[in-house]
Design a protein around this ligand. Structure first.
Ligand code: NAP
Length: 298
């Protein structure tokens, strides 16, 4: 039976930049919502709006039919699922975990097998669209998992996103997300070079940006990241540390598949340079600053 706000309780673990906004949209869609955040104070607003606060991921699972996770990296997902007080300790058979974190595809398949031992299904659904897409409920969801389970969860997905593509079996969503991130980063490398070139040549980079978004070079990166870089409004957004994590995931997938990935390699190196100069907490668009430093502009 498809999930509805009448027959389905939803849980949400990880109320960060993305998770809090996604959880709010699930609440607005009328679902009973139970939340957990490592730092409980960050759940206060949602609790005021009607969510129930649980003291552990296990307690979220005990209260829910479908549990979303949205935490930074592979070890964090493993911890909230299988660690002390983790989801498996509270879940009943038949529960579904929807993981919206961007993590390793291989680990995702392994987590799915471990959850299956407890009769819990895992759907991987990394998202794209950024914090604004999370607030507006317009995310693109790249879904991997069993057909029937994905179909059952679709009404809850509709609360958080606008584009849903069921790519294939568990893990397929994560591989698609690597494609998404490497395309964004490749564009960001070109964008960073363009801004550095304008600065060096005494051309206003904002005028360059305006011209490009009116033509064939228009992209999310030119509209958003380029503006942030030019204005140096580099509060995240999407932290450079998370983008570096995503490039390392893409490198691993590419290496294992035997695919030549020079753009991803360059992006990984540039994001490493940014992170190793104590700027991992800035928005990923800050990578353009490194191009300017290497060009003698800054
Ligand atoms: P974030 O703002 O750093 O939030 C991370 C959340 O995870 C916080 O609630 C944090 O709790 C919690 N957390 C971290 N480690 C944990 C652990 N070991 N155990 C339990 N909870 C833990 O990150 P975000 O930007 O929302 O990103 C979350 C995921 O979505 C990442 O995989 C990211 O790659 C992906 N994503 C992000 C964006 C974006 O634009 N930001 C877009 C698409 C996808 P505390 O509050 O206690 O720190």
């Amino acid at each position: 039976m498809a999930a509805s706000s009448q027959n389905t309780s939803v849980g949400f673990i990880g109320l960060g930049i993305m998770g809090k906004a996604m959880a709010r949209n699930i609440l607005k869609a009328g679902f009973k919502l139970t939340v957990f955040n490592r730092t409980p104070e960050k759940a206060a607003e949602l609790v005021q709006e009607g969510a129930l606060l649980a003291e552990s991921p296990a307690a979220v699972a005990a209260a829910s039919d479908i549990v979303f996770t949205c935490v930074p990296d592979t070890p964090d997902v493993e911890k909230v699922l299988f660690g002390p007080g983790g989801v498996v300790e509270g879940a009943e058979a038949g529960m579904v975990v929807i993981d919206c974190s961007t993590i390793s595809a291989t680990a995702t398949m392994e987590f799915a097998a471990r959850l299956k031992e407890h009769e819990i299904d895992l759907v991987d659904s990394p998202v794209s669209g950024g914090p604004q897409g999370a607030v507006n409920g317009t995310l693109s969801c790249m879904i991997g998992g069993d057909d029937a389970v994905v179909t059952r969860c679709m009404p809850v997905f509709e609360a958080i996103g606008k584009t849903f593509v069921h790519i294939g079996p568990t893990g397929a969503g994560q591989i698609t997300k690597s494609c998404n991130q490497l395309v964004i980063c490749a564009t960001m490398m070109g964008m960073s070079e363009a801004v550095a070139l304008c600065k060096k040549q005494g051309i206003d980079p904002e005028k360059m940006r305006q011209a490009l978004v009116g033509g064939a070079a228009r992209s999310f990166v030119m509209e958003n990241h380029c503006k942030r870089l030019i204005d140096e409004t580099l509060d995240p957004g999407f932290r450079a540390a998370l983008m570096l994590k995503d490039m390392k995931l893409a490198m691993t997938v590419g290496r294992d598949a035997g695919v030549f990935m020079p753009s991803t390699t360059l992006a990984t190196q540039m994001l490493t340079a940014l992170s190793e100069t104590e700027r991992a907490g800035l928005d990923s668009a800050a990578v353009g600053l490194v191009f300017q430093e290497l060009s003698g502009i800054r």
